[in-house]
Write a protein that binds this ligand. Structure first.
Ligand code: A3P
Length: 328
């Protein structure tokens, strides 16, 4: 099989409610991590099949900056953070242009029927571009890896990601069921972009690559100023004054982002998908809680135990602890 040929398997064990899901695999040898990529599955909607080639062949530019994450790991927060760094802390522009325009979610168009033309938006964005994707390393554009465009990867502890993911997928009418069923579906890789751990651990293993900056939601909560300084260095920008850094931390706080163009733009995307699906059940708030440890009062002790023992297998295999990965 030549590079970039892909195969798609219809999933038979996907949740019965919601859109049909498929497993995507691809053969490739341009990712700086040795792995049997042809065996690396990723769950996506069946409608993504029409967009697979468009993403793999997406014309990447050397000065592109990508934000790559599993959903609900702090993507939007990092987009706003990285945009400020990339745009010399232009707070006025950040407030006046929706984040979805400043930093398009490239493959959104391929997730559901009826989405806006996000590939065109990404292609037409003025350089240097800030692009968002939830795809794993194996499904990202070939030129991104060949050009070694910069990638910011944000990880989040699995239990908080799970409790954030369920109301989100319910709002998108992609999942309906109990928390127990959701956790099972998550661990069975039956949800968008799963499996969760390989997504994170592949980038963890590539964290020393010159074009990869790996961080976590937890580190952003603990030391946002430190992350901002790291990003300035990563992107090749001077570290700004303490006053500008303080202004950035304030701009990026949960409360200000809830009211800003960033939080509102994401809420509008979700509300649009809810309308498309006539989903009036959910009262989903994109800016939901914004804390570390939300699982503690949202999961039972048994649910925590089963996610922990499931996670242990992946962490042991990779020889790392969750403290190392997330900086908890
Ligand atoms: P919760 O659902 O736990 O509140 P993503 O952008 O990847 O979809 O991630 C969404 C999660 O990031 C949500 O988590 C959301 O509240 C949180 N988030 C967004 N902006 C934030 C901010 N400025 N500070 C802290 N958390 C933020």
């Amino acid at each position: 099989m030549s590079d970039y040929s892909h195969s798609v398997e219809e999933r038979v064990d996907a949740p019965k409610e919601g859109i049909p899901l498929s497993d995507y695999t691809v053969v490739r040898n341009d990712i700086p991590l040795k792995k049997q990529w042809s065996e690396r599955k990723c769950t996506m909607s069946s409608c993504y099949n029409k967009y697979f080639d468009r993403m793999i062949n997406f014309k990447s530019k050397e000065d592109d900056l990508w934000i790559v994450t599993m959903p609900k790991c702090g993507t939007t927060w990092m987009q706003e953070t990285a945009w400020l760094v990339q745009s010399d802390f232009d707070f006025d522009k950040a407030k006046s242009i929706p984040l979805t325009e400043r930093s398009p979610f490239v493959e959104l168009e391929g997730l559901y029927e009826g989405m806006p033309p996000t590939f065109d938006a990404a292609e037409n964005l003025q350089s240097p571009r800030l692009l968002k994707s939830h795809l794993p390393a194996s499904l990202l554009p070939k030129e991104l890896w060949q050009n070694r465009s910069k990638i910011i990867y944000v990880a989040r502890n699995v239990k908080d990601a799970v409790v954030s993911f369920q109301p989100f997928l319910e709002a998108l009418a992609t999942f309906k069921g109990t928390k127990e069923q959701f956790i099972q579906a998550f661990m069975n890789d039956d949800l968008y972009y799963c499996p969760f751990w390989p997504h994170i651990l592949e980038f963890w293993e590539m964290r020393h690559e010159k074009n990869v900056y790996f961080t976590s939601y937890e580190r952003m909560k603990k030391d946002l100023k430190g992350v901002l300084k790291d990003l300035c260095e990563f992107v090749g920008k001077p570290i700004p004054s303490e006053e500008i850094l303080n202004q950035a931390v304030d701009h990026l706080s949960f409360d200000s982002m809830k009211k800003s163009s960033a939080g509102k733009a994401m809420q509008a995307v979700i509300d649009g998908i809810k309308d498309l699906n006539n989903n009036n059940d959910s009262n989903f708030q994109f800016m939901r809680r914004g804390i570390v440890g939300s699982h503690k009062d949202e999961l039972t002790a048994d649910q925590i135990k089963s996610l922990d023992s499931w996670s242990e297998k992946f962490l042991n295999e990779a020889g790392v602890t969750s403290e190392e990965v997330f900086g908890l």
